[in-house]
Design a protein around this ligand. Structure first.
Ligand code: ACM
Length: 547
């Protein structure tokens, strides 16, 4: 089937292509992330986009042609003209490369795309979208170019946190467009936390009736004080979720939901208090109005496990593409389990030597619950603290202060690892020392400055890793916790342009020549796109672009 398609499309190319050369092209935008192989030329004509990209009807009606047209349009290349008698676009399936491999050849006559899997057309489309320039007559054009490219790491993620401050469907889509531009392919959507439960679960309406609002929010300027203002209820309906997941899919991004278990569960337990350690003295769960680590953990009752199973029964169909479901697992204090007569009895019954092993049992139970559905768990690195967890579990290594190194511990135990160290990839942290970032309060340590240069200096696969350890590192992710990110403008400021640095270190193998000054030139060539997208990016001197 695939070979036949190739032959037909090559036939189209040979017989009906007409030239559409541009005027001279003097400059070429800098592509981010840097393609593995890129040859392009200035000082000569490229492919003109003035009249659009004509797509022969044989191509527009083929599966790969349709996928390419959709990918080009989704990447913002709106000059595509399907169903023409003449063709300037060819799409070839070329077996034998990696899933995300793609190749592009642009000549004054046309654009040839080659991929092994259709999904990689999104990546090719973004490279083309970034390459659009203006020719000497002021018309849009693509330079002649030859690209062969594929990523170093398959999981390239950004985590958004709509729990601490709301983020609308529209803003989430805008963030997805920014992610797609830089070839990130996973949105980790942190949907539940102490300060709010943000996903509609029909069987448990109180999760959102009670858990999606709170009495007040800590002040930005002083996290120890509340603002005294009850929040509006905020959550994503299941229709909203489907809309975001479908939109992400149209950009080649898979959404990985996170349901926090067993800690960061105050909002859940406030809605259904019996799910917590209800037999401890003074038990009074409520949706949290402070930040930080809170004591409410789920109780290891059969009804809690049934609840998790019910929630997953609604979550899984909403996220049909993802192999991974994130189950949290970070910062689950043991205090309530130590105090609870029920939890103590549970430990005795199951021969557990400390309360931490209750979390360990949660991790196993949920992994086993999801495995028959073909899903693997991702957990923050604390899931490893109290013993072995199923080898299929993916560890998201974030605690950069832990010795021995959490990522290496996970890799040595045979887990796939996503690197998300708070030393480099916490996009909620400040990018300049206060007062250089006056409008933007850091969350946490004011000294923890993580500007794009700091992100860019990170080497995900250092020389001292063994080949076995390297093979376990499946990706990188930046986290954008939203305690101090109270609105869309700040979210964008925190993410752009740091996301460019993240994308490049995940995509392009490090070489001796990772050159921050050269990278800065490429970032600058993206300012027109940031402006066209109305992104509140951070300028080099720390000023916000818009707000
Ligand atoms: C985390 O920052 N608590 C994963």
């Amino acid at each position: 089937m695939q070979m036949r398609a190739v032959i037909i499309l090559m036939g189209v190319l040979g017989s009906t292509v007409t030239a559409a050369p541009s005027a001279r092209i003097e400059s070429i935008p800098g592509i981010i992330p840097q393609p593995v192989k890129l040859e392009s030329k200035t000082g000569e004509a490229g492919f003109s986009l003035k009249e659009g990209i004509r797509v022969h009807y044989n191509v527009s009606r083929s599966e790969e042609g349709r996928a390419a047209i959709r990918a080009l349009m989704a990447a913002g290349i709106t000059e595509v003209l399907p169903e023409e008698n003449e063709g300037e676009l060819t799409v070839t399936i070329e077996p034998g490369h990696g899933k995300e491999w793609y190749a592009i050849r642009v000549t004054p006559e046309g654009i040839e795309l080659r991929v092994t899997e259709l999904g990689a057309l999104h990546l090719a489309a973004q490279t083309l979208a970034q390459s659009i320039t203006t020719d000497a007559e002021g018309n849009p054009a693509l330079p002649t170019m030859n690209v062969e490219d594929e990523p170093m790491l398959p999981y390239r993620g950004l985590m958004l946190d709509p729990c601490r401050h709301p983020q609308s469907v529209e803003q989430t889509k805008k963030m997805l467009r920014i992610m797609a531009r830089y070839k990130l392919n996973r949105l980790h959507w942190h949907l539940t936390d102490d300060q709010g439960w943000r996903i509609e679960i029909k069987k448990y309406p109180k999760l959102t009736e009670v858990g999606a609002r709170r009495d007040e929010t800590p002040l930005l300027t002083d996290h120890e004080k509340g603002d005294g203002k009850p929040t509006q209820p905020f959550y994503f309906t299941q229709d909203d979720i489907r809309e975001v997941v479908a939109y992400a899919g149209s950009l080649g991004i898979t959404v990985v939901p996170e349901i926090e278990i067993p800690g960061h569960a105050s909002a859940c337990i406030a809605a259904y208090p019996h799910l917590g350690n209800s037999d401890i003295e003074g038990y009074a769960p409520r949706v949290a109005t402070t930040w930080g680590v809170l004591p409410f953990t789920m109780a290891p009752k059969e009804e809690t496990f049934r609840f998790i199973e019910d929630v997953m029964a609604e979550v899984l169909p909403l996220f049909p593409q993802t192999e991974f479901i994130h189950i949290g697992g970070d910062e689950a204090p043991r205090d309530q389990w130590e105090k609870s007569p029920f939890a103590r009895e549970y430990m005795k019954k199951h021969g557990l030597s400390n309360a931490g092993q209750i979390q360990h049992r949660f991790t196993h139970r949920v992994a086993e619950m999801l495995a028959p559905h073909g899903r693997r768990i991702i957990g923050w690195d604390e899931i490893m603290m109290d013993g072995e967890v199923p080898h299929t579990a993916v560890v998201m290594a974030w605690r950069s202060w832990v010795k021995p190194d959490a990522a290496l511990t996970a890799a040595n135990r045979g887990h796939d690892v996503i690197l998300s160290p708070d030393s480099h990839f916490y996009f909620n942290f400040a990018q300049g020392k206060i007062p250089a970032d006056p409008a933007y309060t850091p969350h946490g340590n004011p000294e923890a400055v993580q500007d794009w240069r700091h992100v860019y200096s990170y080497n995900p696969l250092p020389a001292h890793y063994t080949p076995e350890q390297r093979a376990r590192i499946i990706g990188l992710q930046a986290n954008c916790w939203s305690e101090s990110i109270q609105n869309d403008a700040k979210l964008e400021y925190q993410v752009v342009p740091r996301i460019c640095a993240l994308a490049e270190i995940a995509w392009t193998p490090a070489s001796d020549k990772r050159d921050a000054e050269e990278f800065l030139q490429r970032i600058r060539s993206h300012y027109p796109w940031f402006n066209a997208m109305q992104i509140n990016f951070r300028h080099e001197d720390g000023t916000p672009n818009i707000d």
